[in-house]
Design a protein around this ligand. Structure first.
Ligand code: GDG
Length: 467
């Protein structure tokens, strides 16, 4: 059976010599499946992007089609920067003060979703034979219903990558019921945790009056299954980075460059959901509480530019510059800077060096669907400890972490001290437990479990059981 994927981003990117897989777990998990099954990936083409609208990939032995849906500037601004980034994204993360709906967003969202649905149906028709549709994330909520409307017998899966909030929060979005109905065109809707799945079922009950059961939602004579399918990383790839001698050597060089301090590491897209400002405040509090740690610990914070041009992101960038300056101004002595802040993109190899060099990964999102940085750190580190926000999906699975409330700066400061002081054997035991959990959640296993469930075949053993 061929596969038609619909996602905001394409799975391949141009390089100086041709095309290569995009970075990130989704592409690495799904490209092998697409190459084996054949089919298509439908993605957005941004206004200034110069890519083909139809492309067969790989060039030398084409196995599937990449179909791009071109968006003009006003439509892109209202659909992507507007409805997706200024309404659905903050709402899913309970950050209602960032929800800024405008009337034009809704119309653009529906129009763009319709174009994605048409493109998906077109490529499915070209495939001929049986097709599975798999739609990704909050940009595409109306696509399942649109596909089902045109093709009643279609097999449609949907995966939601961010948290699903409590129904009282979800109902804040002006078109809540239309969006829910859109998603319920699916046969299977996947979330990272059982908690998000439960919130979704309750939203369907509370806002649509739908009958629900522990497996899903009864809707228009169909039973839509709602399940937890936690995503992970390409474990082999990251473990491989960690084992390379160059990674080790560069990690040692970095520790030396920073003055033989203990390194506390943050790696995030520059996004207000990631809890960056409160994390900085927590680190400032740490320096106030523990003067004996001055000169011995540095917070190395990497923030990758993201969604620039959206006002809340531009504001966060300025706030980060300011707080970094304030902390360094207060506490720096001689060659020691308490905070080293890097606002730019890194390669995955460079990130692996940081993970390897870190004594503690400080992962404190205000909310996060899963959080893959925590997984990557656990796969690469050989001696570090993980401080993890209890409001992430990852917290459901990564038992070996030291857990914190990301809104409690004082508590985070104390937990950071605890993590830095963990006895060697405790650290190793925790890291082994983290590594085992990350291996169980490998992204290839995720894709396989989801598609198996969508197909209605018995799912492979669940997390931790059997194999
Ligand atoms: C969404 C959900 C969910 C970061 N900086 C660089 C870089 N990264 C990579 C990391 C990691 C990824 O970006 C971030 O993944 P997260 O899971 O932490 O967060 P989101 O981007 O918000 O992802 C999230 C995920 O979807 C999957 O379902 O876990 O909850 O919000 O892989 O390494 N990668 C490179 N350079 C950077 O500078 N190459």
């Amino acid at each position: 059976m061929s596969l038609v994927l619909v996602a905001n981003r394409a799975p391949i990117r141009p390089t100086s010599t041709g095309w290569a897989p995009a970075l990130g777990g989704l592409a690495s998990a799904l490209l092998p499946v697409l190459e084996a099954q054949g089919g298509a990936w439908v993605a957005m083409q941004e206004p200034d992007e110069r890519t083909p609208l139809f492309q067969r990939y790989p060039d030398d032995d084409p196995r599937f089609t990449v179909r791009r849906v071109p968006l003009e500037e006003p439509e892109y601004a209202a659909f992507y920067q507007g409805m997706a980034n200024r309404v659905l994204w903050p709402l899913a993360h309970y950050l209602v003060e960032h929800v800024e709906p405008e009337r034009t967003f809704r119309d653009a969202y529906r129009a763009v979703n319709r174009r994605f649905a048409h493109a998906a149906l077109d490529v499915a028709r070209e495939q001929g034979g049986a097709v599975q549709f798999w739609i990704q994330d909050y940009h595409m909520m109306l696509v399942p219903e649109m596909i089902r409307g045109a093709l009643a017998g279609a097999q449609v899966g949907f995966f939601w990558h961010v948290p699903w909030p409590a129904s009282e929060v979800f109902r804040i979005v002006p078109s809540a019921t239309a969006l829910l109905k859109g998603l319920l065109g699916s046969d299977l809707i996947g979330f990272h945790t059982e908690g998000y799945a439960e919130n979704f079922r309750e939203s369907a009950r509370d806002l649509l009056g739908a009958e629900i059961d522990p497996e899903g939602v009864h809707w228009q004579g169909r039973h839509v299954r709602v399940e937890a399918h936690p995503i992970g990383i390409d474990v082999e790839r990251f473990v491989g980075f960690g084992e390379r001698p160059e990674t080790q050597a560069q990690a040692e060089a970095l520790v030396e460059e920073l003055g033989d301090v203990q390194i506390v590491l943050g790696v995030d897209r520059l996004d207000y959901t990631k809890g960056l400002l409160l994390r900085m405040e927590a680190f400032e509090r740490f320096l106030e509480l523990y003067p004996e740690m001055h000169g011995r610990v540095t917070l190395l914070q990497v923030a990758t530019p993201s969604r620039t041009g959206v006002p809340a992101y531009d504001r966060l960038r300025r706030d980060m510059d300011e707080i970094t300056g304030r902390i360094n101004g207060r506490f720096a002595q001689g060659a020691w800077a308490p905070v080293r802040y890097r606002y730019r993109s890194f390669t995955q190899e460079e990130l692996a060096v940081l993970y390897r060099a870190a004594d503690v990964a400080f992962v404190t999102p205000l909310r996060d669907g899963m959080n893959l940085v925590a997984h990557e750190f656990a796969a690469v580190s050989e001696r570090g400890a993980l401080v993890l926000s209890e409001l992430t999906g990852a917290a459901d699975y990564l038992d070996g972490a030291v857990f914190v409330n990301p809104y409690d700066a004082e508590g985070m400061a104390r937990s950071l001290r605890e993590a830095l002081d963990l006895p060697e054997d405790d650290r190793r035991r925790r890291l082994a437990s983290l590594r085992a959990a990350v291996e169980r959640l490998d992204v290839h296993v995720w894709a396989d479990r989801f598609l198996t469930s969508l197909d209605g075949r018995p799912a492979p053993p669940a997390d931790g059981e059997g194999g």
